[in-house]
Design a protein around this ligand. Structure first.
Ligand code: NAP
Length: 286
């Protein structure tokens, strides 16, 4: 490993990558090198290796991913290439160049049939192509190096496209909207996830494995939309509908609440309450 100070971040223009860029300045002891997709495609193995040789990073945070859940049903190979095989290539390089990998995965590795919060070692069984591709990435990462894999859910931020920004726009345009009430999970403010990643890096320990992380709270998408409406002081009516009335190309797990006990006991990372984080994001959106 190099002097322990250099952190490479891929997919740096996404939600999580952008939030990491924002908090990086608080960690002056580290040298961050951020790569957008245009600067480094993680499916380009030669380019990846060049970056490892040039920078000799101590940490690689992989924020790059194919995240178009519905589109993935028709683009399985592309999703598998980016979310699966490219992660395997990064992991191989990490073990070759003695670099620690932090990779992000998803609640969509579960089938949604549970009724109590999911633990890291509960059986996986994705219900869509995106989930399949992310599970492949987890497995290849683990096969090649001692990675920390963080499973997260319902990510939003002031950056990129996400549910909070879509709701804000729709609430500004429409008198009423309908949102599914029978998919239950926990939102994750990408800024909190970025902070959690840095807490792992600065914790003074490295215990590889899979960890769950999201904000605290168990809600439906309808509950989420309703709270967005309240915080925005919007007059738009929000109606609950069942998933059957909102068909999408990709199936979604009905229940994907992640149990966060492990990340709290190993790394002392406590999930922030979802409404508080939402307020911070909405304030930033202005
Ligand atoms: N968003 C969610 O609700 C959610 C939920 C659970 C887990 N996650 C996971 O959390 C992580 C971060 O997600 P996010 O919400 O920050 O995703 P995001 O906003 O979609 O960002 C992903 C970034 O990866 C880039 N990218 C795509 N293909 C690439 C490639 N071949 N090489 C390099 N970069 C590439 C994208 O660039 P382009 O925009 O140019 O394609 C984008 O900037 C991902 O691993 C995701 O699977 C997300």
């Amino acid at each position: 490993m190099s002097d322990g100070r250099k952190i490479l971040v891929s997919g740096s223009n996404g939600q999580l990558g952008s939030e990491l860029q924002e908090i990086a300045r608080q960690f002056k002891e580290f040298q961050f090198v951020f790569f957008s997709r245009a600067e480094l495609s993680i499916t380009d193995r030669a380019a990846l290796e060049k970056m490892f040789i040039l920078h000799r990073p101590s940490y690689f945070i992989n924020c790059a991913a194919y995240t178009a859940v519905d589109k993935a049903e028709k683009e399985k190979e592309i999703a598998e290439e980016i979310n699966g095989h490219a992660v395997g290539a990064i992991a191989t390089l990490c073990s070759q160049y003695d670099c620690r990998l932090i990779h992000i995965s998803t609640d969509y590795v579960f089938n949604g049939k549970a009724s109590t919060p999911l633990k890291e070692d509960d059986p996986v069984d994705p219900v869509n192509a995106y989930g399949d591709s992310k599970l492949l990435g987890e497995r290849l990462a683990m096969q090649h190096t001692d990675a920390v894999i963080i499973r997260t859910s319902w990510v939003y931020s002031k950056y990129g496209n996400n549910f909070v920004k879509t709701m804000k726009r729709l609430m500004g345009e429409k008198e009423s909207i309908s949102v599914v009430h029978d998919q239950v999970g926990s939102p994750t403010y990408a800024a909190d996830l970025a902070t959690a990643i840095m807490e792992i890096i600065t914790s003074g320990k490295w215990e590889p494995g899979i960890y769950n992380y999201s904000n605290s709270g168990v809600i439906s998408w309808f509950d989420f939309a309703n709270e967005i409406k309240i915080q925005l002081h919007s007059k738009c009516e929000v109606y609950p509908i069942p998933t059957s009335q909102f068909p999408t190309p990709a199936k979604r797990p009905a229940y994907s609440v992640l149990d966060k006990e492990k990340i709290q006991s190993v790394y002392h990372i406590k999930a922030r309450e979802w409404k508080e984080s939402l307020k911070e994001c909405i304030d930033k959106l202005g």
